[in-house]
Write a protein that binds this ligand. Sequence first.
Ligand code: C2E
Ligand code: MG
Ligand code: MG
Ligand code: MG
Length: 281
Amino acid sequence: NDAAPGADRIAVYQAQRDQAYQRRIRLARDLRYAPQYRELSVVFQPKLDLASGEVRQVEALMRWKHSELGVIGPDEFITLAEQTGSIGMLTQWMMAAVLSQLRSWIDHGIHLQVAMNISARDLDDPAFPQRMERMLRAQQISPDYLSLEVTESAVMRDPQRSLDSLLALRELGIALAVDDYGTGYSSLATLKSLPVQDLKIDKSFVLQLADNSDDAVIVKSTIELAHNMGLKVIAEGIENARSLSWLKERHCDVAQGYFISRPLPAADLERWMAETRGTFV
Ligand code: C2E
Ligand code: MG
Ligand code: MG
Ligand code: MG
């Protein structure tokens, strides 16, 4: 064997890189057909109002089950969709799915506000707010049933450009939240200039909240500062009872996490709500 030392390892590395590349190409292509192949679905995760102990809001999260490759996580396919230009199509699919679920809930006397995630690309599209308005009107749903979550990094990428879309959405009466707060580089002062009402603290600060004093300090001061600025605070990633009571004691407004419930299909969520109402107070 006259190959250079390390050549085997380089070959393995290249093979892995090729595989990852092939997967990306395939997923990017198949994602475009996912709606018509009925591979997409929506799950809903309850958001617990800590003052009342009631669930009045849920977050809608997209799921993709590829017919051959199985479940693909949103962290993989949403990023890919953003890079390959199919995110606009996915957002529209999601919006239609969320609104039709909302319509059905309202018809059955279930009144939940649904939060949907949108990406930076959606805010770049000047027609986006109008499209939202048209779709809401077509389903005869009041805009206050809808909330949009935009990540901190998406807003901060180009705050001035995002601002026009955010203002138009807010003007329509749609609630706006900054998602994954703390992972970007924005100051609360910058956020103050945006028409958002809710701040979602990223789960990386919440997961070990009860055992990590650094996280505790960050979350505590974020809650206080946000409240002083008139923002409501949502914590995501509550995985145990101690984090939940810690947040309640510090007057965090809303809590979301596996300890309360995993994201669920609509029918399971309805059952969960009927069974557990009030259990978490
Ligand atoms: P996100 O908007 O920050 O959503 C919260 C994520 O945390 C979800 O992951 C949720 O399942 C997960 N989570 C909730 N509670 C816990 C917990 O207690 N512990 C842990 N470890 N995780 C928890 P998911 O569903 O995998 O989504 C990941 C990200 O993908 C979302 O983060 C969002 O940025 C994006 N995403 C999901 N659906 C959509 C969509 O329809 N459109 C867009 N643009 N992005 C989406
Ligand atoms: Mg979110
Ligand atoms: Mg988040
Ligand atoms: Mg996230």
